[in-house]
Ligand binder design. Sequence first.
Ligand code: ZN
Length: 155
Amino acid sequence: MANNTYYNEILTEHNIRPLHKYKMENADFSLEGVNPSCGDDIVLYLKLDQDEKIVEASFDGDGCAISQASSDIMCDLIIGKKKDEALRLSEIFLRMIRGKITDEEKEELEEAGILEDISHMPARVKCAVLAWHTMDEIFKDAEEGKIDQYSGKFE
Ligand code: ZN
């Protein structure tokens, strides 16, 4: 890992001072995401405006440093983005973790790009993707008309 120090700094910073870690009382959607293999357990909260733009995103819960940092970084990235754009970024992120991404795509992920090395740590993959999968699940269920407001569990 060439940028090991940088990677650790970012991870630490998001764990000590997460910007988006709080329970959102008036969220449009909330969903619990669980990674039993590590014990990560988060709830993701999203608030959208009438144009499907994410105006607020937050998470709460407990888990390892990677799951917590990845959740905070994701919230930071998707706030202000439309639903489709957030899903596109999530697709890129998940592909990065599987090890197939272009430099241009990595740039689009901004800070989330530091988690690229997780692709070489199979045991931590589920920690890194937890928040992103949970977001995907919220939008997928909403699109399929299963829910207007979702509050459930994704594992
Ligand atoms: Zn974990």
